[in-house]
Design a protein around this ligand. Structure first.
Ligand code: EPU
Length: 462
């Protein structure tokens, strides 16, 4: 796709996402320079909730999912489930969904197509649909534009279970003429999505599945908890090995989703960058330990309380850090974008090595336009003691601060980069016009309501 077409598609995606959650406009005008202060709720994790919704397809009875965030990705997955015959009651607005898979059926490919491009989740429908219907069709996948985001690990894993994969111009057609059988699978990289693919397929495959080099993110552990409630037998062995004993039947679950640690880390970064004080109700310490260490090293402070975590700028100077993004328990790739805004305010030079995606610093262009001093090294930086062995994908951003940010006209490029733009606009002196904010609602529930609660000065463009 050429750049003009990509930009047009981005605007369209942003508008669709904004419409899903009833956002008044896709552009907001922000008057920055005020600290964000107050208390906000953090609901269930996008990266668990959407997968738990897919897991409901595997049960014979209704599932109940609680603490669901009102984000556009949840609306897209709900629609995808509905066109496959799942009846959904409750709503993301109320925070509870009841998913009834009694009448699962093959969807019209035109209906799936209409949703194509707006979410990466359809690939995870493969295992459950193959078990239920013996057939799955997956449209072109969307998601954030942060790299190539191939699905080879997913397709290889499905083939190991005995699935037959046929690539068509409109998507991927998958069948299981001889059923799905347990397999020995070793992932080339501990991919979150591919681990979920193996879990959602292995639980009802015949026999035992051994998955090596699995992802062990807290959201994966919570998905395993969901599947165990449904009747699955899954054990977590040392050294990233997961064993799944296939069972014939699964029932529905009742589950309260794990909180969204990406959302909590984003608001924490906003507190630091704007010299504010934000209490995230629902945030928990254990899943955020790596983030909390970095937050403290930079000069932020936090209080872990019974009902959440208070993140604040305690006064004094912020200090630079060196970070490498990594799989869990390392520093998440989704945390670097909002934190980089805070690093523009630290005294000295910080370095962020991105090792998970090959194109996740595009958002820094807008920060530079706003006055930040950030240099992106597209082929990474050599040297120094590194925690993560160098991956071919690696890139680095070098941030020198402190710099005064000023308002600008900026376009949100993707979900996390978009939140980073929002924080930059709130930190900057003067007025910013931030467009495509619909993309932020893919993963941040009621972010404009929360901004109001935190005292941000902004309005929707008419
Ligand atoms: N990869 C492959 N082939 C595959 C799958 C992945 O090469 O078949 C590569 C990717 O290109 C990437 C790396 O492996 O370089 C890691 O990808 P992974 O599969 O772990 O990521 P994902 O499942 O696509 C989820 C989250 C991301 C989050 C990553 C890492 C969801 C819907 N998305 O993506 O979240 O960054 O794990 O933790 O769960 C976000 O929330 O903004 C977001 C992008």
């Amino acid at each position: 796709m050429n750049t003009l077409l990509q930009d047009a598609q981005l605007v369209l995606d942003a508008q669709k996402a904004a419409a899903h959650v009833g956002l008044q406009s896709d552009t907001i005008i922000v008057n920055g320079g005020r600290p964000l202060r107050g208390r906000i709720d953090v609901r269930g994790a996008k990266n668990l909730v959407t997968k738990a919704m897919v897991a409901s397809l595997l049960g014979d009875t209704k599932s109940v999912l609680r603490d669901v965030p009102d984000i556009s990705d949840v609306h897209v997955v709900s629609r995808l489930l509905e066109i496959h015959g799942v009846e959904i009651s409750g709503s993301p607005e109320s925070g509870t969904l009841v998913l009834d898979p009694a009448n699962v059926a093959i969807a019209q490919s035109a209906e799936i197509d209409a949703l194509s491009g707006s979410s990466r989740i359809p690939i995870l429908f493969c295992g459950p649909l193959l078990h239920r219907l013996g057939h799955a069709f997956i449209p072109d996948l969307g998601g954030c534009r942060i790299g190539d985001r191939p699905i080879d690990f997913h397709l290889d894993a499905l083939r190991s279970f005995g699935a037959v994969v046929e690539k068509l111009p409109s998507g991927i057609n998958i069948t299981a003429p001889n059923g799905l059988k347990g397999a020995n699978i070793e992932l080339p990289y501990p991919s979150v999505g591919a681990t979920e693919q193996v879990l959602l397929t292995g639980v009802r495959a015949e026999g035992t599945t051994e998955l090596k080099n699995a992802a062990i993110e807290p959201e994966i552990m919570d998905l395993i908890a969901v599947l165990q409630k449904m009747g699955a037998i899954i054990s977590i062995e040392p050294n990233r090995v997961i064993l799944i004993e296939g069972v014939e039947k699964l029932k529905g679950y009742d589950h309260r989703a794990l909180f969204d640690r990406n959302e909590a880390a984003s608001w924490a970064s906003a507190a630091l960058a704007t010299k504010g004080d934000i209490f995230c109700v629902g945030a928990k310490q254990q899943e955020m330990m790596t983030f909390l260490n970095v937050f403290r090293k930079i000069g932020g402070d936090f209080d872990v309380e019974e009902d959440g975590i208070r993140f604040y700028h305690p006064g004094g100077d912020l200090k630079p850090v060196v970070i490498e993004t990594d799989v869990h328990p390392g520093f998440m790739t989704d945390w670097q974008q909002p934190l980089i805004v805070a690093l523009t305010q630290a005294i000295g030079t910080s370095t962020v090595h991105e090792t998970v995606y090959e194109n996740r610093f595009g958002f820094t262009d807008a920060l530079v336009e706003m006055g930040a001093d950030i240099q992106v090294h597209k082929n990474g930086l050599e040297g120094g003691n590194r925690r993560v062995p160098r991956r071919a994908l690696e890139q680095a951003a070098v941030i020198t601060g402190p710099t005064k940010l000023h308002g600008a006209d900026i376009e949100v490029p993707d979900l996390r980069g978009g939140f980073s733009h929002l924080i930059a606009a709130l930190t900057a002196q003067g007025t910013s016009r931030v467009s495509n904010v619909g993309l932020i609602s893919r993963g941040y529930g009621d972010f404009t309501g929360k901004l109001k609660k935190l005292g941000a000065d902004f309005s929707f463009e008419a």
